[in-house]
Design a protein around this ligand. Structure first.
Ligand code: BES
Ligand code: MN
Ligand code: MN
Length: 485
């Protein structure tokens, strides 16, 4: 589909308003919307209101809705959800698109490693040793404020040029504030607001990455997640390790011994049934991925690792392990004395955050249950477990031959001059599984992040060129949607 005259004007408009677009991003990034920490509650709400205001300015109907209170079980942060609607032209024939994003961000720690304060965005060129161009550095720059705003900027430009909300496309928009803490309130929200969401035919998310600066991508699947915490208790108090060492269990030692059994020699997870619902990779898929010419050793080098670090489940390439195989990780492990100097102690308890990335039809609830049972079966003598189920979500794989997928591919090609590569991601976006389950809709992930954006790390950045590429792509996707029958 050739780009329409309106779309051409929209692209011109985007090109001439870059400074304003960046200024808006900086404005949003100044709000510390950390969802997981209750101390930031007020800021999170302010970020929601800021978001709603943008949609209003773009001519959509926007609301800040309550996602429900913090549950009795302490789950759910109760942060509001922003919803916005465009009715679409009376003669709009394309799909009713649900756009999803999140305005919350990850915590900033370790704060000492930030070169500039995380919520005082800095705009600068690449420095020595850095690739790429001009960038915005702040928490949330790429995950996900920058990527949501690319879409909003496309809406704004379409409104400016045509006078119509979203240029005449029918959108329902949901921007949540709990993604980084597991989207715990979202399931109930999606059920409660079925009347608003039920008519959506496809979901569009911009919260993923590309293979490189000049390698635009569509992500057609993300992994699921089951996030747990296990606490191993022994004595009812901390003990002197000289007086008690050798006389009673040490939870630190015992926890390490148990968790070390989670993988076998082939680095496969040993929990019975863990692989039951895993769909094997097809030959075709493995071939397609090979053609992407991803260099795992070069990627390791960028994070300070050598060839020897290319490890994971035996029999699979790095890319296959990330995109198509489930894994178990210990995300944190604490117990006993971790302060400065030395202290001779046997702690009363030790704990670990253990999470699983899931693929295909692995059910997070079942995996969590199986893991807890697996721990129970290995309870060290004299110890007892405490189990916490934090959150979970299903993985998804999106069919790559749908009309909406093809429209997205054309939009990316038009915006970048390159046909997008089809990739998957090892990350998780819980809403996608939820939408498939509750509404039966598939998600297209059109993301513009880069490998070295430092997502979730200190000095997170988003490059201006990626921001512009994303806005152009979304603008052209609107054009494609308008042309659909
Ligand atoms: N945007 C990320 C996920 C992501 C990043 C997918 C890059 C693909 C490429 C998202 O905000 C995220 O961080 N998700 C969490 C899950 C959540 C339940 C905390 C994750 O994947 O750990
Ligand atoms: Mn994200
Ligand atoms: Mn994230």
């Amino acid at each position: 589909m050739p780009t329409s005259p309106s779309a051409k004007s929209v692209l011109d408009r985007l090109d001439t308003t870059t400074d304003d677009q960046v200024a808006r991003l900086v404005d949003w990034l100044r709000i510390p919307s950390i969802s997981t920490d209750p101390a930031y509650r007020g800021h999170v709400r302010r970020a929601a209101e800021w978001t709603a205001q943008q949609f209003t300015e773009c001519g959509l109907r926007a609301e800040v809705r309550e996602a429900g209170p913090v549950g009795a079980d302490g789950k759910g942060a109760g942060h509001p959800i922003v919803m916005a609607f465009s009715d679409g032209d009376p003669d709009y024939k394309g799909p009713h698109v649900l756009f999803y994003g999140h305005y919350d961000v990850q915590p900033v720690d370790p704060i000492d490693l930030w070169k500039s304060p995380p919520f005082e965005p800095v705009i600068r060129d690449a420095q020595e040793g850095e690739e790429g161009g001009k960038r915005v550095i702040a928490r949330g720059a790429v995950d996900d404020k920058g990527q949501v705003l690319m879409f909003i900027e496309a809406l704004r430009a379409w409104k400016d040029i045509t006078g119509k909300p979203a240029g005449g496309v029918k959108f329902t928009i949901l921007i949540e504030g709990e993604e980084e803490s597991g989207s715990v309130s979202l399931e109930k929200f999606v059920t409660d607001y079925q009347k608003d969401l039920g008519g959506c035919e496809v979901c569009l998310i911009s919260d993923t990455g590309m293979l490189g600066r000049d390698r635009p991508c569509i992500t057609y699947g993300v992994r699921g997640l089951a996030y747990t915490e296990v606490v191993l208790h022994a004595a009812n108090q901390d003990l002197h390790s000289g007086l008690w060492g050798g006389r009673c269990p040490n939870p630190n030692t015992e926890l390490c011994k148990v968790l070390s059994q989670l993988w076998d020699k082939k680095r496969r997870v040993t929990i019975p049934g863990f692989y039951d619902k895993v769909v094997p990779l097809t030959k075709k898929e493995r071939e397609n991925w090979k053609k992407l010419k991803f260099n795992p050793i070069a990627a390791l080098k960028k994070i300070g690792l050598g060839k020897a670090a290319d490890v994971g489940e035996a029999g699979f390439t790095a890319m296959e392990r990330e995109w198509g195989r489930p894994t178990a990780e210990i995300n944190g492990i604490v117990g006993g004395y971790t302060g400065k100097g030395a202290k001779t102690v046997i702690p009363a308890f030790a704990s670990a955050k253990v999470s699983f990335r899931l693929v295909a039809d692995q059910d997070p609830a079942k995996i969590t249950k199986a893991f807890f049972k697996w721990c129970k079966d290995r309870t060290p003598p004299g110890c007892r477990w405490e189990f916490i189920d934090h959150h979970g979500g299903f993985g998804v794989t999106t069919p790559i031959d749908s009309p909406a997928m093809e429209a997205a591919a054309r939009a990316l090609k038009g915006a970048t001059g390159k046909a997008p590569a089809l990739i998957k991601s090892g990350g998780s976006i819980p809403v996608a599984g939820l939408l498939k389950d509750k509404l039966g809709i598939d998600t297209i992930f059109m993301g513009f992040g880069l490998d070295d954006d430092r997502v979730h790390s200190p000095n997170e950045k988003f490059e201006i060129a990626c921001y512009k590429m994303g806005a152009r792509s979304h603008a052209l996707l609107i054009d494609e949607l308008l042309a659909m029958k």
